[in-house]
Design a protein around this ligand. Structure first.
Ligand SMILES: Nc1ncnc2c1ncn2[C@@H]1O[C@H](COP(=O)(O)OP(=O)(O)O)[C@@H](O)[C@H]1O
Ligand SMILES: [Mg+2]
Length: 314
């Protein structure tokens, strides 16, 4: 166990095959950086929940290994609860308990002292905005309220690592905002967050790093800004005084994938944003007047779609 490790979550060729089906997860190697919010992206059925359950020891891998804080996840896994705040995809709790009772039972399991626990429970129910129903039975709660109870229980003992499976699903807009703010706040206190989502916008907004899972395999992983700036085509619109001359100058540049001329405008697809200074240098040297260079920055949706399309064509 090494709480100072660079990668609080790590897997090696992690695979899972449910009985009588194809591999839900196929030799997955992932590493989650300490202190970051990493998004675990993928369409429904990609294998996100399966991966998360393997990380928590809730499922046995068919082969491969998972490590939490450098310690292998094995059948003896009670220790994991103390270090991971886990929010399941569909949190379920005994309906006859109230959120206060539930959190107190969990807190006692963590060995929290009574007075401290009482304060912590009040503080958390206030944070997730459930104070006014804190003595109501959980069985009367909506999906969104269950999600908040789940989040409060994940936060209870202030673990260093959070694993959240679709944390905003089933929440209305205000609930989503609340949950996102809580996650950001935890991260700003130094906590590592690994959150799955099928919502690209949410991941772009929240995460610095992503892992894109598709068909049980890692399709891409790294920093979002890297995904958006390189290796994927960028659309550029040039407005110049002499289009014919400009076309002659740029048409053989290897990083220009295609171009079309529309009046004074040249629309082109280039390999990356990094090619633009070179283009403008060539034009300026040749006395072409540039009135405008407009870059259509690739949004994450297009970037991910390109990756998914690329995978299909293989
Ligand atoms: N208990 C199970 N038994 C059989 N197949 C399952 C089970 N759970 C998930 N799967 C299958 O494994 C694949 C990955 O599912 P899942 O991990 O839930 O994906 P995600 O969370 O990305 O939507 C899917 O094809 C799903 O149908
Ligand atoms: Mg899932």
């Amino acid at each position: 166990m090494n709480l100072e490790t660079e990668y609080p979550i790590r897997t090696e060729k992690l695979s899972k095959k449910y009985i009588k089906s194809k591999f839900a997860l196929n030799e997955v190697d992932i590493r989650i950086k300490s202190g970051k919010i990493t998004g675990f992206l993928g369409v429904n059925g990609a294998g996100k929940t399966t991966t998360i359950k393997l990380l928590l020891g809730l499922l046995e891998p068919t082969s491969g290994k998972a490590y939490i804080f450098d310690e292998e996840v094995k059948s003896e896994k009670a220790w994991l609860k103390k270090y991971i705040g886990y929010l399941p995809e569909f949190p379920r709790f005994p309906g006859f308990l109230t959120p206060v009772e539930l959190l107190k039972i969990y807190g006692e399991f963590y060995g929290m002292e009574k007075g401290e626990l009482s304060n912590r429970v009040r503080e958390l129910l206030n944070l997730v905005e459930l104070s006014d129903v804190e003595n109501k039975k959980i069985k009367t709660f909506s999906k969104g309220m269950m999600q908040r109870v789940g989040l409060a229980s994940a936060l209870l003992n202030s673990p260093p690592l959070y694993i959240l499976d679709e944390p905003t699903s089933g929440l209305d807009l205000l609930g989503q905002q609340l949950v996102k703010n809580i996650i950001r706040d935890q991260n700003s206190q130094g906590k590592t967050v690994f959150m799955s989502s099928h919502l690209l916008k949410e991941v772009q907004e929240m995460c610095s790093d992503i892992i894109l899972l598709h068909g049980g395999k890692v399709l891409w992983s790294g920093e979002i800004k890297e995904l958006l700036s390189s290796n994927i085509n960028t659309n550029v619109r040039l407005n110049v005084d002499r289009t014919d001359e400009t076309v002659k100058l740029i048409k053989d540049l290897s990083f220009i994938k295609s171009f079309t001329v529309n009046g004074n405008m040249i629309d082109m697809v280039v390999e990356s944003q990094d090619n633009i200074p070179e283009i403008s240098t060539i034009l300026v040297k040749n006395n072409i007047k540039i009135y405008e260079i407009k870059i259509e920055t690739l949004n994450i949706e297009n970037a991910v779609l390109n990756l998914l399309k690329g995978d299909e064509s293989e």
